[in-house]
Design a protein around this ligand. Structure first.
Ligand SMILES: Cc1cc2nc3c(=O)[nH]c(=O)nc-3n(C[C@H](O)[C@H](O)[C@H](O)COP(=O)(O)OP(=O)(O)OC[C@H]3O[C@@H](n4cnc5c(N)ncnc54)[C@H](O)[C@@H]3O)c2cc1C
Length: 405
């Protein structure tokens, strides 16, 4: 986790609760969090840990947005391979990014264990495997070597060992990242929200925020259920932040991904969390033995880029399934359930977390580029700190929204 911030511009008030209108909707709180996905849930959790009177407003249900589309893989934390990030941005930045994500996962695990929610959240930190195919072997090996060189706990797996262990074909090796694995996204977000509401947080589902405006030193959120005043507002709205701040519209691009769940015929299940290079394919089996498979295709931008509706794309679904069948010819999928979902993509594959430039009191947490689960918990801490007026830690400059201003 990042260092304790030096400044504490705004301490939580710990004010008495109960400032509500006639319909029971809060009219004044310290912080409003807009959006109840894993980002908003993590932020709310940390605000409540600090005793902040916070209100989370979700237009649908908690964990009903992109978080419900995710299949729960925590590894690798970033789509861009480690060695490539190190080459483009320097080994120091790449190392800080990975450390941040690993600490985030460890912090999340600790938080879930503290409320005995690790089973409900299907927490599995037995390791995340990145597999190499013949055409990606060089790149996967380079990523492994760079990670090992930077001191991360990674282990190379020989091709024969991988093929034998997984019953697949075509894989020529891979590496295992210790401390990562998988989690159930929806139950995790709900557990964080539930924990927060045992403290100083309140949640209203089925309520849309329509406008955020300034009134003196404070902010006013107009919602479909009433007006609430706050000292800070956190935009955890995934790809829908553009209506509140142009920066979020420009920096977070919707890209549609595909996923399926199926029963495996032919025996076996996968133990652990798996991905291929650049997270083109991700998969795991649930505790009930169902396969969860997800992916995107970098040669299908026309079918995915700037798509905002979470439609099922039969062409990309076929492609995903065909890839799986070729990789694991002994396994057949049955009872297949398919869905689409939206990634919030940024130009550098990293989220924007922190105060919005030129908008005092407004904070963003968005743009996870298809990998929100390993980052969200620590990003929630950072968003909560920003909502309390604490300075953005200098060593986490790679997350600051200013980089896209
Ligand atoms: C197919 C697919 C598979 C994925 N698999 C993985 C995976 O294995 N591992 C991983 O790490 N990531 C995965 N992801 C990415 C992951 O889903 C996201 O990074 C993460 O869920 C984003 O969380 P969020 O809280 O930012 O967004 P969301 O979960 O979408 O939450 C935002 C919420 O804001 C609400 N909202 C928006 N506007 C308003 C408003 N005006 N008023 C009130 N509420 C509002 C929405 O209703 C929504 O519930 C996957 C994504 C897809 C599409």
């Amino acid at each position: 986790m990042h260092n304790e911030p030096e400044s504490r511009a705004m301490e939580p008030k710990g004010a008495p609760r109960g400032r509500e209108d006639g319909q029971g909707f809060p009219t004044e709180v310290d912080t409003v969090v807009i959006g109840g996905g894993v980002a908003g849930a993590s932020t709310l959790y940390h605000l409540a840990q600090d005793g902040v009177e916070a209100l989370l407003v979700e237009r649908g249900t908690v964990a009903g947005g992109a978080t419900s589309a995710a299949i729960g893989i925590l590894s690798p934390p970033v789509r861009q391979p480690f060695h490539e990030m190190a080459r483009h941005r320097g080994i120091d930045v790449a190392t800080r990014v990975w450390r941040f994500a690993l600490d985030s996962v460890a912090g999340l695990a600790q938080a879930l264990r503290a409320v005995s929610a690790e089973d409900e959240a299907e927490l599995d930190l037995s390791g995340g495997t990145v597999l190499a195919e013949p055409h990606t072997e060089h790149e996967v090996r380079e990523a492994f070597e760079a990670l090992r060189g930077a001191g991360f706990a990674v282990r190379w797996l020989e091709g024969a060992h991988v093929r034998e262990g997984l019953g697949g074909r075509g894989f020529v090796g891979g590496y295992l990242i210790e401390g990562l694995g998988s989690i159930h996204p929806g139950t995790t977000a709900r557990a964080l929200v539930r924990t927060a509401t045992m403290g100083t947080a309140t949640v209203r589902e089925g309520v849309s925020v329509t406008e955020v405006s300034r009134d003196g030193d404070g902010l006013v959120c107009a919602t479909s259920a009433g007006v609430v005043r706050a000292r800070s507002v956190v935009h955890a709205t995934h790809v829908d932040g553009g209506r509140f701040a142009a920066l979020l519209n420009d920096a977070v691009v919707p890209v549609r991904g595909q996923a399926l769940s199926a029963r495996l015929v032919g025996g076996g299940s996968f133990s652990g969390a798996f991905s291929t290079d650049r997270k083109l394919n991700l998969w795991r089996t649930t505790r009930t033995g169902r396969l969860l498979l997800s992916g995107w295709r970098n040669d299908a931008w026309d079918r995915a880029y700037r798509r905002t509706r979470a439609d099922v794309d039969p062409h990309l679904q076929d492609d995903l399934e065909a890839w799986f069948s070729q990789a694991f010819p002994g396994l057949r999928l049955t009872d297949v359930h398919r869905w689409g979902g939206i990634f919030g993509w940024t130009a550098d594959f990293l989220p924007l977390v922190g105060g919005l430039p030129g908008r005092p009191g407004e904070v963003a947490i968005a743009g996870f580029s298809g990998g929100g689960l390993p980052f969200a918990f620590a990003c929630g801490r950072l968003a909560a700190d920003a909502a309390l007026g604490r300075a953005h830690p200098a060593d986490l400059d790679f997350l600051a929204p200013e980089r896209f201003a």
